[in-house]
Ligand binder design. Structure first.
Ligand code: BTN
Length: 250
């Protein structure tokens, strides 16, 4: 099935049947000086990558794309865009799934349906020596028709959750692009606050006991809050720990 995709301006689409990884391709373009707003989409990836260097299974039928952005802000502030991107995915999925589907945002940037992972985001960036963003690539994988079985966190796909059979990666990419541009405008004009609030309306496990896998340690505690910059506040051993990167489980 070859559907024509049209992305709203100023986004510009580059498509591939197969690529190693849309993030890798977007990073190559970024280093070659390609401007803000390019979207790299591939029908399949031969080396799809997840967070922490994990493999991202990338069969035909699911959605794999990366957006190249050059926001004029610090690298720290630009991290907020991963919450924005996962919010867009969660909002679009809610619109197309049956009303009974429970769609949540799992910190920092996964999207769950009925507690199973349907989408993941890989954010990569390069900063100037002054700490500002030179380029940022937001890579998004969304399980449309199939999902991996051999993963540490249970997964699902739109079709398995009751989406209509004519749903496709192409349709989801178009829907995402419109949603992204409108939320990106809100972020640029009003900052992170409205994005954070909308994300919190869908948050998974707030107030619950969670397990946090950090690079060199595992913590168990209560997911107490999301700080105003997106940091997870964990109540652990009578103290509040600020977590900026990691994986959470229950
Ligand atoms: C994760 O949850 O670990 C993040 C997964 C990100 C996968 C997407 S698919 C499109 C883009 N290209 C990649 O190689 N990775 C991201």
């Amino acid at each position: 099935m070859n559907q024509k995709i049209s992305l709203p301006s100023p986004l510009k689409l580059i498509t591939y049947d197969t690529v190693d990884s849309t993030n890798e391709e977007a990073k190559r373009l970024a280093r070659d000086g390609v401007p803000d707003g390019v979207v790299v989409w591939a029908k399949e990836q031969s080396s799809g990558t997840g967070r922490r260097g994990r493999k991202w299974t990338s069969e035909i039928g699911n959605l794999y794309f990366s957006i190249l952005l050059r926001p004029k802000c610090s690298a720290f502030k630009a991290m907020q865009l991963s919450f924005l991107a996962s919010l867009c995915i969660a909002e679009n999925i809610t619109d197309i799934l049956p009303a009974t589907a429970i769609v949540n945002c799992k910190w920092p940037n996964d999207v769950l349906v009925q507690e199973r992972k349907i989408s993941g985001i890989l954010l990569e960036s390069q900063s100037t020596p002054q700490g500002n963003i030179d380029w940022m690539v937001i890579g998004i994988g969304l399980n449309v028709r199939s999902f991996p079985k051999d993963v540490e966190f249970p997964a699902t796909s739109l079709i398995h959750e009751g989406a209509k059979n004519d749903i496709s990666a192409e349709i989801m990419l178009e829907l995402f692009s419109h949603r992204f541009l409108s939320n990106y405008k809100i972020w640029k004009e009003m900052g992170f606050k409205p994005i954070r609030e909308a994300w919190l309306c869908r948050v998974a496990w707030l107030g619950r006991k969670i397990i946090v896998h950090l690079e060199h340690e595992t913590l168990i505690g209560e997911f107490r809050a999301l700080d105003k910059d997106g940091t997870l506040i964990l109540f652990h051993n009578g103290d509040e720990r600020r977590i900026t990167a990691g994986d959470i489980f229950i």
